[in-house]
Design a protein around this ligand. Structure first.
Ligand code: URA
Length: 244
């Protein structure tokens, strides 16, 4: 990966970011692509999104060293833009090989791009926090932490969703115990999200409504001036965009 020239992203990289962590717990966490800090250090999720990721895992509790963290693309997209389809395709063999080597029981995807790699028909606003089966493994899609940093409602959803990780692990044990042979590439939902809407929530505050709300807010924020230190961090390139 560090010497790869398969797509144009190699031209702008300081370091490729293959990933870090261990295969110990059988959890593989997949983000979108490196930001400024990750590109500088050659390590995934070391900026503000990484700090939130650590906090989310600590609530489970799981230590960062006990999971493997990587990205769909291993080199930083310029200006933190979304990875292009051809860049995702060029990087695919690396992620495939990582999955072969790590053999994860649970794949946690962060954000839309990462989820779509496994579940092209998925919709992050509908499928976040669901425990799904993908080719004999558990797929557990979550919002991207950068979206949580931008929007407190998303952060709250992330904090709630991540608490289902132990359940996802239990389901993965059940899957291997029953030795369910993967029959197709299709996605099966293992659990419906049964939580009813809280009574104080307005009726229109469904996931769909929240998503469009969030997307609008996020778009509005893009053209709004940021607070001084927020601006500095944004300029330093923590990935903020495109994770809805
Ligand atoms: N956002 C990502 O998607 N990946 C990183 O490594 C850092 C921020």
């Amino acid at each position: 990966m560090r010497s790869c020239t398969s797509c144009a992203l190699h031209k702008g990289r300081t370091n490729a970011v293959p990933g870090s962590g261990s295969a110990g717990t059988g959890i593989l966490i997949i983000g979108e692509g490196p930001g400024f800090n990750e590109d500088q250090q050659g390590l995934p999720f070391v900026g503000r999104s990484g700090k939130l990721l650590d906090e989310l895992l600590a609530a489970v509790p799981i230590a960062r060293e006990d999971v493997f963290v990587t990205n769909v693309v291993k080199c930083r997209p310029p200006d933190n833009r979304d990875p292009l389809p051809e860049e995702v395709v060029a990087c695919r063999p690396y992620l495939n090989r990582q999955m072969e080597l790590l053999d994860p029981r649970v794949i946690v995807t962060l954000g839309r791009h990462s989820m779509l790699r496994f579940y092209p028909e998925g919709k992050i606003s509908k499928d976040h926090g669901k425990i799904l089966e993908w080719e004999g493994r558990i797929l557990f899609p979550l919002y991207h932490p950068a979206a949580g940093l931008r929007n407190p409602a998303i952060k709250k959803i992330l904090q709630e969703d991540v608490l289902r990780l132990p359940e996802a692990l239990r389901e993965s044990s059940r899957l291997s115990a029953s030795a369910l042979a993967p029959t197709s590439n299709s996605i099966t939902e293992i659990h419906e999200i049964t939580e009813p809407l809280k009574p104080e929530q307005p009726a229109q505050q469904t996931a769909e409504a929240l998503e469009s709300n969030v997307a609008e807010v996020a778009e509005a924020q893009l053209s709004e001036p940021l607070l001084k230190n927020e601006k500095q961090e944004e300029e330093q390139g923590d990935r903020q965009l495109g994770m809805f």
